[in-house]
Design a protein around this ligand. Structure first.
Ligand SMILES: Cc1cc2nc3c(=O)[nH]c(=O)nc-3n(C[C@H](O)[C@H](O)[C@H](O)COP(=O)(O)OP(=O)(O)OC[C@H]3O[C@@H](n4cnc5c(N)ncnc54)[C@H](O)[C@@H]3O)c2cc1C
Length: 489
């Protein structure tokens, strides 16, 4: 099935419980905090369903059509099809939707390519395969929450108060399923998604088996609530003033479980601490989903480069040699990152069961590059903008008053650009690098894969240490320790 935007919007009216402070929201399509984002995702679904894009956005298997990111790749061409679909989806949001439709769709597809990882004790390969079929058959949008809350690091504190630690855990079993209590961090997009993966990307100690629970759940289960961070699009009167916040505030929520019964068929790992992490990193899940992240970041870099260049045109500084040099540096970064993404495809790997996969090391290298360089790039653009944003009126509402409008047109226009045109660009640029939406995105780019040390750990554990040691050893073996009088015959 390929869903339309309308079908997606209908699916969100399912009685979920989202809290914004003490305000309860049950229909995200009809609340100013989430409405625009649901419209954005509806438009994304409609784009995907467009018959003209059918060959790019969908594939056929056993007579049915599915979204391309559910394709299990068996050749380089399949990988290329996946990348192209990611690219179209990312370009739609200028790379600004972190958890786009294809992010978690790729995750579960990757898991389904290596079901034997789930064959350990406490793993449910059949459930996982059925959930993969369910997600692609219904063209679902999923989020994920796979990090424990920070407070869970200190369970003694909670024990001393006689209350359970907040890390999500299984507190009971029934014939129908497991009972969950606690909370999980931090499901981007959950307020407007259909389902969420709940699990563990960070290693658990052997005595944390109850926390190893991994499941894929609908977001309207009894006892489940979504605690949202402050929404950003609520009080914007004109799209013009914050065009990116307006469309792309995808939301982040803590998932809070109070005696939630999760049916067995939704459980994919239970009571196996190492397995709960292995299913991400020992299957293709991490690579497929983070290749999507890389493709998204590449789209964002192109957008950043375009904004940087246009801003310097608007300030009149673009032709100054030092500014050109800065733009050249940004252009080199953008092109270099695009090459890192293409390299993942060109140096693809053939893996078990005849499947193919993007180059794992190149993918992790690109993740690290993006994590390290996003903030410096934003800072470069901030410098290029000077005080441009702050010379603009607070809102485009200034145009409603003819007298103010006249002054604005007279004083804010330049030889190259009209006042409104300049303001439009600077408002957009600020929403990209300086607004609260931009600031949240800066945290996102630092943390969405996990903290920096874990991103570097992925690079460490996948590095071919024996090979690189061998290169050094080969050279060292090619010359001898000089003979000393003692060792000479
Ligand atoms: C905007 C945003 C969106 C997110 N979306 C999602 C999502 O969709 N799904 C999801 O599951 N998670 C999501 N996350 C959560 C993300 O996975 C976590 O924030 C991330 O794993 C870091 O964990 P933490 O926040 O507990 O930070 P911490 O682990 O507390 O790390 C904070 C800092 O402490 C230091 N530190 C802590 N421990 C160590 C250590 N052992 N060694 C060295 N330094 C250390 C580092 O400086 C680190 O940068 C999101 C986060 C953000 C900010």
């Amino acid at each position: 099935m390929i869903r339309t935007g309308e079908q997606y919007l209908d699916s969100l009216r399912d009685g979920r419980r989202i809290y914004i402070g003490d305000e309860l929201v049950t229909d995200p399509t009809d609340h100013p905090a989430f409405r625009n984002a649901t419209q954005t995702f509806a438009a994304l679904y409609d784009m995907k369903a467009d018959p003209a894009l059918r060959h790019l956005m969908t594939f056929e298997e056993d007579g049915e059509r599915y979204s391309m990111y559910y394709l299990r790749p068996r050749s380089k061409e399949d990988l290329e099809k996946r990348t192209n679909a990611h690219r179209l989806l990312a370009e739609f949001s200028y790379g600004l939707l972190g958890r786009s439709l294809d992010a978690l769709g790729s995750q579960i597809t990757g898991m389904s390519m290596k079901p034997e990882v789930f064959e350990a004790e406490g793993g449910f390969p059949d459930h996982m395969l059925a959930l993969y079929q369910h997600m692609r058959a219904n063209d679902l949008y999923a989020a994920y929450a796979i990090v424990p809350p920070q407070g869970a690091r200190n369970p003694e504190f909670y024990q001393s108060r006689g209350i359970p630690a907040p890390a999500l855990r299984v507190t009971g079993e029934t014939e129908h399923g497991v009972i969950l209590n606690g909370m999980k961090m931090l499901a981007t997009g959950a307020a407007i998604a259909n389902e969420s993966i709940v699990g563990n990307i960070l290693p658990l100690a052997p005595d944390q088996a109850a926390e190893s629970i991994t499941c894929i759940i609908p977001l309207n289960l009894d006892g489940l609530s979504l605690w949202a961070r402050p929404p950003l699009a609520t009080d914007i009167a004109f799209e013009f003033d914050k065009p990116l916040t307006w469309r792309f505030d995808e939301s982040d929520c803590m998932l809070v479980f109070k005696d939630v019964e999760v049916p067995w068929e939704r459980v994919i790992v239970h009571n196996n601490a190492p397995l709960s992490r292995d299913i991400f990193v020992k299957t293709s899940a991490h690579v497929l989903s983070n290749h999507q992240s890389n493709v998204r970041f590449a789209a964002k870099l192109r957008f950043l480069l375009g904004v940087a260049s246009l801003v310097t045109e608007a300030t009149g500084a673009r032709d100054i040699p030092a500014v050109r040099e800065t733009l050249g540096r940004l252009a080199a970064m953008e092109a270099g990152f695009a090459a890192m993404v293409d390299g993942q495809l060109q140096a693809y790997e053939t893996i078990d069961h005849g499947y193919t996969l993007y180059n794992r090391r190149y993918m992790y290298a690109a993740l690290n590059w993006a994590m390290e360089n996003h903030s410096p790039i934003i800072d470069i653009i901030r410098e290029l903008m000077g005080g441009g944003t702050f010379q603009m009126p607070a809102s485009i509402s200034v145009l409603r008053d003819p007298a103010l409008r006249e002054v604005f047109d007279d004083y804010w226009s330049t030889s190259r650009h009209g006042a409104v045109e300049r303001m439009k660009l600077f408002k957009l640029a600020w929403d990209l690098i300086g607004s609260e939406h931009a600031s949240r995105a800066t945290s996102y780019e630092k943390f969405f894969v996990g903290p920096a040390f874990s991103v570097r750990n992925y690079n460490f554990i996948n590095a071919p240490w024996d090979d690189v040691h061998g290169i050094v050893g080969k050279l060292m073996d090619s010359y001898d320790v000089p003979q000393t009088p003692e060792t000479a015959d």
